[in-house]
Design a protein around this ligand. Sequence first.
Ligand SMILES: Cc1cc2nc3c(=O)[nH]c(=O)nc-3n(C[C@H](O)[C@H](O)[C@H](O)COP(=O)(O)OP(=O)(O)OC[C@H]3O[C@@H](n4cnc5c(N)ncnc54)[C@H](O)[C@@H]3O)c2cc1C
Length: 301
Amino acid sequence: MRINDSKLLAAIGALGVEHKRGVSLSELTSLGIGGTSDVLLIRKHDTIPALIRLLKESATPHRFLGGGSNVLLPDGELPWLVLQLARQDPEVRFDGNNVYVDCAADLGRTVTLCAKHDLGGMEGLIGVPGSIGGALRMNAGAYGTQIGTFVREVKVYRAATSGIETLRGAEINFEYRHTSFAPDDIMLSVRLELPSKPYSEILQGIRICNEKRRASQPLNQKSAGCIFKNPPGGSAGRMIDELGLKGHHVGDARVSDRHANFFVNAGHASAADVLELIADVRRRVRERYGVELEEEVIVWR
Ligand SMILES: Cc1cc2nc3c(=O)[nH]c(=O)nc-3n(C[C@H](O)[C@H](O)[C@H](O)COP(=O)(O)OP(=O)(O)OC[C@H]3O[C@@H](n4cnc5c(N)ncnc54)[C@H](O)[C@@H]3O)c2cc1C
């Protein structure tokens, strides 16, 4: 989606929002897939209500992108304008066991920074790519840890009221790869409360998690992590593996040889290739196990 209306562009500029023309979104996603669109980079949180109002008034469809590590974007010219939060300085602030983090901050860097302040608990999240905002939206989790456990407050642009509000952690439901934020809410910053732990102990936990990840995931290939959520009591990866589908492919979209629930872009895969592979694997799992796998990756349809 391109913005060509000069009045709209001027109004967006007046808010201090940066307009980037014709961005190749494959460069902003870990799968390396995605067509082009204009991108609006939001520098100040308090400009969001006015910006969204402008986009609504001009009937400009838009979607929000974080670090791009859990999304499958379509090919070609996207029918939405893409919004992103600009990195803030500082991104992270400490006050005792409370950590105030901007949602544009990188999750892994935040975990490391907290460790240096002797604040632990999030070691399991060390290898999860993407932003704090994306982690909040997805309730990112690994090795028995999920970010929601530590959330005490979230500053959020609420689509329902068109204003910025601060929600208490207890007001938000954090479930397996799902949270109760509305689809058009934009998370802006979070207060986490982390337990005190010696740096050396946290570092040891981080090393163990990194090793587990390296041993089981195709980290040197383009992917979006797990494609499907695990069904209750089961493992999507195990079922796909048992069906002998490692290496199965549609064009360059391929079921990883290392982890059957990771689909990788082994070259020039298109969104259509990945969608066809998703549909094919889902059908085979349904036919063999009677289980309907649900996507974990967020597909922009
Ligand atoms: C190699 C690899 C390993 C992975 N391992 C794990 C793992 O162990 N555990 C796990 O949970 N995930 C894992 N993932 C998936 C992914 O890293 C997480 O889901 C991550 O939290 C997504 O963050 P992001 O910023 O990249 O979000 P994006 O992919 O940019 O967006 C995901 C969704 O969140 C929304 N969103 C992003 N930021 C905001 C915001 N500020 N406000 C509102 N909505 C927002 C987007 O609109 C989109 O709907 C892995 C991915 C890869 C590539």
